[in-house]
Design a protein around this ligand. Structure first.
Ligand code: ADP
Ligand code: MG
Length: 231
């Protein structure tokens, strides 16, 4: 690590897919992300955004290069340590909420807490408090099908935050929502970032959403084409 404030350090990272045709999805990525940043990754379709996010999320491994997250060298870990690190450090929000259809909002948010070893009562208290934070205190017992798209995505946000991750990553977290719901989700993520200081890394193809973040990393052909900070 460079210093305490760096939470993610990526050195000379490349990813080559070689099933059939060879595709260099990421090519020599160098990137440092500080604790508490609220940043977006943008770029054309196929530029490597999801691949980079999945590698940062410890869901995929690079072909070459080194990644350090929260002081741990992820690229030198066993599969078991990697999955432990993933559970401890990261929260995920995807384009489709992937909520369990037969469970209530409350139960969906409780799930990762129960898996993480919390008792049922503790899980219920934390999940209820998170649903309050995302403005769904009055929808806890609704099942996903009884919620609007924007509300369901807010449940997914609460679920991503359940184990108090230091990094939250989102791949097109508002990709299937209307503009108004998207804006609400971004405002919500921003508020959580301000209140709890968690680091947010959001992939989006929506330039307007990206401009709501503090830093935009633009990928082109698997390389960082631009890296700009905003006030
Ligand atoms: P983005 O999210 O920016 O649209 P991706 O990271 O999904 O881009 O993909 C980057 C490149 O890698 C693309 O050319 C894509 O076709 C290729 N790619 C992604 N996943 C695989 C895979 N599992 N096998 C082979 N090629 C892949
Ligand atoms: Mg993608």
């Amino acid at each position: 690590m460079n210093d305490e404030s760096t939470i993610i350090e990526i050195k000379d990272l490349s990813k080559v897919y070689s099933d059939g045709v060879e595709v260099r999805a990421l090519d020599g990525i160098e990137l440092n992300i500080k604790r508490g940043e609220f940043l977006s990754i943008i770029g054309p379709s196929g530029s490597g955004k999801s691949t980079l996010l999945h590698i940062i999320g410890i869901l995929d491994t690079p072909t070459t290069g080194k990644i350090t997250i929260d002081g741990r060298v992820i690229t030198e870990m066993s599969e078991k340590d990697r999955s432990q690190a993933r559970n401890e450090i990261l929260g995920f929000i995807f384009q489709y909420h992937h909520l369990l259809p037969d469970f209530s909002a409350l139960e969906n948010v409780m799930m990762p807490l129960l898996i993480g070893g919390k008792s049922k009562n503790e899980a219920k208290t934390i999940a209820a408090s998170l649903l309050n934070d995302v403005g769904l205190g009055d929808r806890m017992n609704h099942r996903p099908a009884q919620l609007s798209g924007g509300q369901a995505q807010r449940v997914a946000v609460a679920r991503a935050l359940a184990n108090n991750p230091s990094i939250v990553i989102g791949d097109e977290p508002t990709g299937n929502l209307d503009t108004k719901s998207s804006d609400m989700i971004y405002e919500l993520l921003r508020k959580l970032n301000r209140d709890k200081g968690q680091t947010f890394i959001l992939v989006t193809h929506d330039e307007k959403m990206a401009r709501k973040t503090d830093r935009i990393i633009r990928l082109v052909d698997g390389k960082i084409f631009e890296d700009n900070y905003f006030e």
